[in-house]
Design a binder for this molecule. Structure first.
Ligand code: ADP
Length: 403
């Protein structure tokens, strides 16, 4: 009988989809992606799709609505398909969990007690946390012996100084957890882990990473550690995004409540889905569409976007007391040379300039030889970061996750 390959399963559950990626643990604990996929349209028109790392489609089929009416049942569909496809269960499962609250500064093995703590953070991230936890709860019940590891978007920022994490509001609210947490931490941690190899000359210096995807934020790294983030209490703050406004005077929210009669539900919908590049352009939340458009509103939205990235760079450079390097990552950061050029142009005063040819082919090094700031494009990989953390806990604590 051949030995069953050791694998790590990574899950990222949202409100209408569960994304998954399976990694093989190769000799020397090297992680190699075997396949990735998702079940999307949960509760509406569920569809299961997966493809091999090489590109070959493994499954592409509609799922009956009653089989995937909610995240928990959809998890059952994914599990059944995995059981058909794999020659044995994964050694451990790593989950992306948006909020680790003030306490979790590192990934953690999850049992009933940890899950109960993570549930208390649901009000801090109402759109994400409950969905992230649903597959954990379902697997804890059905596979009590399986090691599950929660990896948090907030954890990488927990080393911030208190000044960075505070709002100027009464102390009692800080005690209740109303503070700046920062997000996209798994992406920043992955980029920080790549710097020594790809950009050794800045890895121990002061670096700003711009994660520009459907959500956008920036992080200030000193010696590979996060010291400041543009996102705060929620993933609404900081840069404008596809459909979120970023930094917004709290007085605007008060005005919308008073003058337009908007309640919390209406405001939440508005702030998460109707603002940002979509609201500003009136056209689209997708940077590809805006770049291709001749409409002056598209240009205005993109100008605003690069203006705010440049402004926030000044803000983060002040926190770092200088700047050595700048990294672009995620969908827009990795694929849009025009946006990178516009940002660099606005930051010429800081001594940033790009090599147009290197920028056109996405680097990795895209700054001109004379640029004072070294600028890179580095593709992010949050799933691989989760798989690494999960394997580390498996090796440290064993399959039961006992400390
Ligand atoms: P997610 O947060 O969903 O993982 P991504 O990091 O994949 O998001 O980023 C998605 C966004 O990236 C899209 O909304 C789109 O605006 C942008 N994008 C993707 N490809 C390109 C491209 N070639 N040029 C400009 N923008 C792009």
């Amino acid at each position: 009988m051949t030995a069953v390959a050791e694998t790590i399963l990574v899950l990222n559950a949202g409100s209408s989809s569960i994304k998954f990626e399976l990694f093989d643990v190769a000799p020397g604990d090297r992680l190699a992606s075997r396949f990735s996929g998702q079940i999307e349209g949960i509760g509406v028109r569920p569809h299961l799709y997966a493809r091999q790392a090489g590109g070959e489609t493994l499954v592409d089929r509609t799922v009956a609505l009653e089989e995937a009416a909610d995240v928990e049942r959809a998890m059952g569909v994914v599990e059944a398909w995995l059981a058909e496809t794999l020659d044995g269960p994964p050694a451990a499962v790593g989950h992306r969990v948006v909020h680790g609250g003030p306490v979790h500064a590192a990934p953690t093995a999850v049992d009933e007690r940890v899950l109960a703590t993570l549930e208390t953070f649901v009000p801090l991230a109402p759109l994400h946390q409950a969905n992230n936890l649903a597959p954990i709860r379902s697997l804890l019940r059905r596979r009590p012996g399986l090691l599950q590891v929660a990896c948090f978007d907030t954890a990488f920022h927990r080393g911030h100084g208190e000044l960075a994490d505070r709002f100027a509001i009464p102390e009692a609210l800080w005690e209740e957890g109303i503070r700046r947490y920062g997000f996209h931490g798994l992406s920043y941690e992955y980029i920080a882990s790549r710097l020594p190899e790809l950009a050794p000359e800045i890895a121990r210096g002061r670096v700003i990473v711009a994660h520009l995807g459907s959500g956008c934020s920036m992080c200030a790294l000193r010696e590979g550690r996060s010291v400041e983030s543009t996102m705060g209490f929620t993933a609404l703050d900081g840069l404008p995004m596809g459909t979120r406004p970023g930094q917004l005077d709290a007085g605007v929210v008060l005005h919308l409540m008073r003058a337009k009669g908007m309640d919390a539900t209406a405001l939440e919908r508005f702030l998460y889905h109707e603002c940002g590049l979509k609201g500003l352009s009136g056209l689209s939340n997708d940077v590809r569409v805006l770049l291709a458009s001749e409409d002056p509103r598209a240009k205005r939205a993109l100008d605003f976007f690069t203006y705010k990235i440049a402004q926030m760079t000044g803000w983060l450079a002040a926190a770092l007391e200088g700047l050595d390097g700048f990294v672009f990552t995620a969908g827009i950061g990795e694929n849009a040379p025009t946006i990178r050029e516009a940002v660099a142009h606005r930051l010429a005063w800081l001594g940033m300039s790009l090599d147009p040819r290197a920028n056109a082919v996405h680097g990795p090094l895209i700054s001109a030889p004379a640029s004072r700031i070294r600028v890179y494009v580095i593709p992010t990989d949050e799933e691989l970061m989760i798989a690494r953390h999960t394997l580390a806990i498996l090796r440290r604590c064993g399959p039961e996750g006992a400390a």
